[in-house]
Design a protein around this ligand. Structure first.
Ligand SMILES: *Cc1c(COP(=O)(O)O)cnc(C)c1O
Length: 378
C-alpha cells in the first residue's frame, strides 16, 4: 500500500519486532468456514470435553446480572477461595486472566533488557513470547534425549547449568505441554535447592489435576521452603472454564505484591470470578473429569501403540505421538475428516502430533480417521 504510514515495525520495541504471535489450536468455526464441514470435533487445546460444571455455569449466570459494575479488581472472594483450597494466605494469590496472564506478569515484573529466562526446548510456547516481549533473552535448554525415560522432557541438570548471573526467571512446565512429560518431587526439589535465591522459579501446573504419578509433586506446598517460587494454576483445563479466562499464581506475598503492580486493574471478569469460585467447591465434577481422562487416555494410548505409533509418556489430558515425516499431511487429512488435533512442528517436534483426550466417541472417531490416514486410504 502506498500510504504515508511509517514502517510500524521500526516503531515497535526490539522484542516485539521479532515476535511471532501464539498459534492456538484451530477453532471449530474456522474449520467450518474453510472446509464447509458441519460435524467437527476439536481435540486441539486440551479443554475439558465434559464442558463447564453445572455449578460453575449457574454461578456465572447469576453474576451476569451485576455486570454493569466493574468486577472486584482485587478478587477478594476468589483469592479467599483459592487460598483456602491451598491452605495459604490470600496475600500469596495473584489472579490472572488465565494463567498465561500470570506468566506475562512474571516476565513484566522480573525480565527486561539485559536479563534472561531459562526454559526447556519443546516447552510451552508462551515462555519465549512473554520473555521476548519484555525485552529479555531466552536461554533454551536442550531437552532429554529421545531414548530417555521422559523423552523430550525437561533436563533439570542442564537447566541448572544454564543459570547465569543474567538469569532472573526459570520456567518449568509440570507436566509439560506439548510433550506430556513430567518431573518427580525429588528431582524438582533438588533443582529448586540448586537455584540461586535471586532467580524466580515459575512452576506451571496447568495440568496438575490430571497427574497420576504418586511421585508427582504439589509444589504449592513448597512455598514456605522456596520464597522465590511462583506456582501457576488454571481453571482452563480440568476445571472446564477455558473460555472464561481465569487462573492464578501462588507465591511469597512479596512476589505477589510485585505481580499485582503490573496486573491489569480488572483482569478477571465478574462471571469468571464467580464461575471459578463455584468450580473450586465442585470437586466431584473435577474428579469425574479426571477419571474420564485417565480411562480414555489409557485406552487411546494403547490403541495408538497398536497402530505401531510411539506415544510419549503423559501425566496430562493429551497425548503426543510420533507419526514421522508425514505429520503435516496427516494433520490435514484429519482436518478434512472434521477432526482437529495440534501439529507441534513449531515446538521443535515436526514428526509428532498432539491430541487432547475427548469424550469416548470423539476419541474413537479420531482413531478411526487417523488409521485411515496412516493406511493411505483417506
Ligand atoms: C493450557 C496451558 C496453560 C493455561 O493457560 P490459561 O491461560 O490458564 O488458559 C498454561 N500452561 C500450559 C503449559 C498450558 O498448556
Amino acid at each position: 500500500m502506498s500510504d504515508s504510514s511509517p514502517l510500524f515495525s521500526d516503531l515497535a520495541v526490539a522484542g516485539v519486532r521479532g515476535l511471532q504471535p501464539y498459534q492456538p489450536g484451530k477453532p471449530e468455526s474456522e474449520l467450518k468456514r474453510e472446509y464447509g464441514l458441519d460435524d467437527i470435533i476439536k481435540l486441539a487445546s486440551n479443554e475439558n470435553p465434559l464442558g463447564p460444571g453445572a455449578r460453575a455455569l449457574e454461578a456465572a449466570q447469576q453474576a451476569m446480572t451485576g455486570t454493569h459494575r466493574y468486577p472486584d479488581g482485587n478478587g477478594f472472594d476468589l483469592r479467599q477461595a483459592v487460598a483456602a483450597h491451598h491452605e495459604v494466605d490470600p496475600e500469596c494469590v495473584t489472579m490472572g486472566n488465565g494463567s498465561n496472564d500470570v506468566l506475562a506478569m512474571v516476565a513484566n515484573a522480573f525480565l527486561g533488557p539485559g536479563r534472561e529466562a531459562v526454559f526447556s526446548a519443546h516447552a510451552f510456547a508462551v515462555y519465549p513470547i512473554v520473555t521476548q516481549a519484555a525485552g529479555a533473552a531466552s536461554r533454551v535448554v536442550p531437552a532429554n534425549r529421545p531414548n530417555h525415560a521422559m523423552p523430550y522432557g525437561h533436563d533439570l541438570a542442564a537447566m541448572s547449568e544454564a543459570v547465569t548471573d543474567a538469569v532472573r526467571v526459570v520456567f518449568v512446565a509440570n507436566p509439560n505441554n506439548p510433550t506430556g512429560t513430567w518431573l518427580q518431587a525429588n528431582d524438582l526439589r533438588a533443582f529448586l535447592e540448586r537455584l540461586p535465591a535471586t532467580v524466580i522459579a515459575v512452576i506451571d501446573e496447568a495440568y496438575f489435576e490430571y497427574a497420576d504419578d504418586p511421585e508427582y509433586p504439589d509444589t504449592s506446598r513448597w512455598l514456605g521452603a522456596f520464597p522465590n517460587l511462583v506456582v501457576t494454576r488454571t481453571f482452563s483445563k480440568a476445571y472446564g472454564l477455558a473460555g472464561f479466562r481465569v487462573g492464578y499464581g501462588l507465591s511469597h506475598p512479596g512476589i505477589a505484591d510485585l505481580l499485582n503492580r503490573v496486573r491489569q486493574p480488572f483482569n478477571v471478569n465478574t462471571m469468571a470470578q464467580a464461575a471459578a469460585i463455584a468450580s473450586l467447591a465442585d470437586q466431584d465434577y473435577i474428579q469425574q473429569s479426571v477419571n474420564l481422562n485417565l480411562e480414555q487416555r489409557h485406552w487411546l494410548s494403547d490403541e495408538l501403540n497398536a497402530l505401531g505409533l510411539r506415544v510419549l509418556p503423559t501425566a496430562a489430558n493429551f497425548l503426543c505421538f510420533e507419526v514421522g515425516p508425514n505429520a503435516a499431511a496427516i494433520y490435514e487429512g484429519l482436518l478434512r475428516d472434521g477432526v482437529i488435533v495440534r501439529p507441534v512442528a513449531n515446538y521443535g517436534l515436526p514428526g509428532f502430533l498432539r491430541v487432547s483426550i475427548g469424550l469416548p466417541a470423539e476419541n474413537a472417531r479420531f482413531l478411526a480417521s487417523l488409521s485411515r490416514q496412516l493406511s493411505g486410504a483417506a
